[in-house]
Structure formats: structure tokens, C-alpha cells
Design a protein around this ligand. Structure first.
Ligand SMILES: Nc1ncnc2c1ncn2[C@@H]1O[C@H](COP(=O)(O)OP(=O)(O)O)[C@@H](O)[C@H]1O
Ligand SMILES: [Mg+2]
Length: 234
């Protein structure tokens, strides 16, 4: 579904991503692990087009996206849940979701699962209860669910999540884990995560970054044997 090849990125003279390559198989979940500051968010910003790529290629379902504008990448099937969620705090829950649905309705290349408001409310019942509330007043976990719901309504081929468990209460972490498991198959997932147990529970494949470089890859069930924990613990 997704092929990232030899991606390089710089902030000024600092070489932040070095020849990063990774794949996400159809209907599968690839997890990117790494300590703070190794370049995980930078990688996702390059993928969604918020940072121009200096060198390398990004191909989604056979379609080159390396130099495509961010809003066109959404229409091509990239659904992004940014780190820190970035919901619109002054809009209601429903208005936030409508922004995702606006893109979803225009997503001409969509295929596979189509998401409706009812699907999102079924997946995250709390969003239905709180649909008229101002999104900025929700708890961190509820805002994370809102950000995922908003991304699902764009009808993505690939759902991209940047540390969805960060600062969130354990019960909601478990709910998000169950949602990711249930979504696999109907769409593909690229998950950035530092929480080893959560990553292991959902990963079909994994990639570990250290200082902008891929240092370990494998199947999710090899994470323990390949000592991934030692590469990500602080
Ligand atoms: N806008 C920026 N300008 C300059 N340096 C940045 C910027 N954003 C991130 N960095 C630096 O790039 C490195 C990678 O950051 P980031 O991709 O956010 O890491 P991660 O998501 O793995 O914690 C860090 O050293 C960070 O300080
Ligand atoms: Mg980050």
C-alpha cells in the first residue's frame, strides 16, 4: 500500500532523516518506534506533505505522492492523526468531524471501507454523546478519539497515527488498540509509537529509528526477540 524509499530530510544543516525506507502492506499495520527526537514526526510530516522532501520517494497504492500538495494527498487516501491531535478547539465535536467528511466526500480515488458519521459514533460512542460540545473542552483521550474519527471520515486507504497513546488514560488506550485491530484489513495503518506493549499488540511489521536512521526492522512478532525494547527505552 505504502512505499517510502530512501527519504532524506534536513532542518537547516541538521540531517534529520537519513535514507529512511519502509513499507506498509495492504490491510496491515506497520509501527515506527524510536525515542524522542529521532525523527518520527518529521517522517510523518514528509509523508503527508507538511514538509517538502529533500530526496527520496513516496508511493501510495502505485501513485507517486512525493511532490503532491498535502490536500491532494488526503484525496489520494492519506488520513493523518497528528501528534498532539490538532483538533479545532473552538469548533464543536460534530464540526470537527464534518471537516473530515468534507474531504471524504471529495475523495475520488476511495475504495474499500467508506466511513459514515454513524460508523464513527459506533466506534467512539462518547463522540455521539458529546457531538454538540466544544472540542477544546474534551479530555485528552476524547480529543484523540475525535482526531481519529475525523481522519476516518476522509475515507483513507492509509491511516497515519502519531503517538496516539501519548498522555492518555489507560482505558482509552485500550479502546484505541481495539479500534486499530478492528480497522486492519479494511485499511492499512502506519503507527508511530513509543509505548512498546501497545506497538507490539497491533504491529504486523515494525521499524525502529535511531537518529534518523532505520536500525531494525521485522515482523511484529519478532519485536521481543530482536530486542526492540532496548532500542526505545530511555
Ligand atoms: N521545525 C523544526 N526545526 C528544527 N528542528 C526541528 C524541527 N522539528 C523537529 N526538529 C528536530 O528534529 C529532530 C527530530 O524531531 P521529531 O521528528 O519531532 O522527532 P520525534 O517525533 O521522533 O520525537 C529533533 O532533534 C528535533 O529537535
Ligand atoms: Mg514526535
Amino acid at each position: 500500500m505504502l512505499k517510502i524509499s530512501a527519504l532524506n530530510q534536513f532542518y537547516g544543516s541538521s540531517h534529520t532523516l537519513r535514507d529512511v525506507s519502509l513499507n506498509v502492506a495492504d490491510g496491515a499495520c506497520t509501527v515506527v518506534l524510536g525515542r524522542n527526537g529521532v525523527g518520527k514526526t518529521t517522517l510523518l510530516k514528509c509523508l503527508v506533505g507538511l514538509l517538502p522532501v529533500k530526496a527520496g520517494e513516496i508511493v501510495l497504492a502505485g501513485q507517486p505522492l512525493t511532490r503532491t500538495a498535502p490536500h491532494r494527498r488526503v484525496l489520494a487516501g492519506l488520513g493523518y492523526v497528528p501528534q498532539g491531535r490538532d483538533i479545532f478547539p473552538l469548533l464543536s465535536v460534530e464540526e470537527n468531524l464534518r471537516i473530515g467528511a468534507y474531504a471524504g466526500e471529495r475523495n475520488q480515488t476511495r475504495q474499500g471501507k467508506q466511513f459514515s458519521f454513524d460508523d464513527v459514533f459506533h466506534t467512539f460512542p462518547v463522540l455521539k454523546t458529546m457531538r454538540r460540545r466544544i472540542a477544546g473542552n474534551l479530555s485528552g483521550g476524547q480529543q484523540q478519539q475525535l482526531a481519529i474519527g475525523r481522519a476516518l471520515l476522509t475515507n483513507p486507504k492509509l491511516l497515519i497515527l502519531d503517538e496516539p497513546t501519548e498522555g492518555i488514560q489507560p482505558s482509552i488506550v485500550m479502546e484505541i488498540e481495539a479500534v486499530i485491530r478492528s480497522l486492519k484489513g479494511s485499511l492499512s495503518i502506519l503507527l508511530v509509537e513509543q509505548f512498546f506493549d501497545f506497538a507490539q499488540a497491533v504491529a504486523d511489521d515494525y521499524v525502529v529509528l535511531v537518529r534518523g536512521q532505520v536500525v531494525s526492522t521485522g515482523r511484529g512478532d519478532q519485536m521481543e526477540a530482536n530486542n526492540v525494547k532496548s532500542l526505545i527505552s530511555v
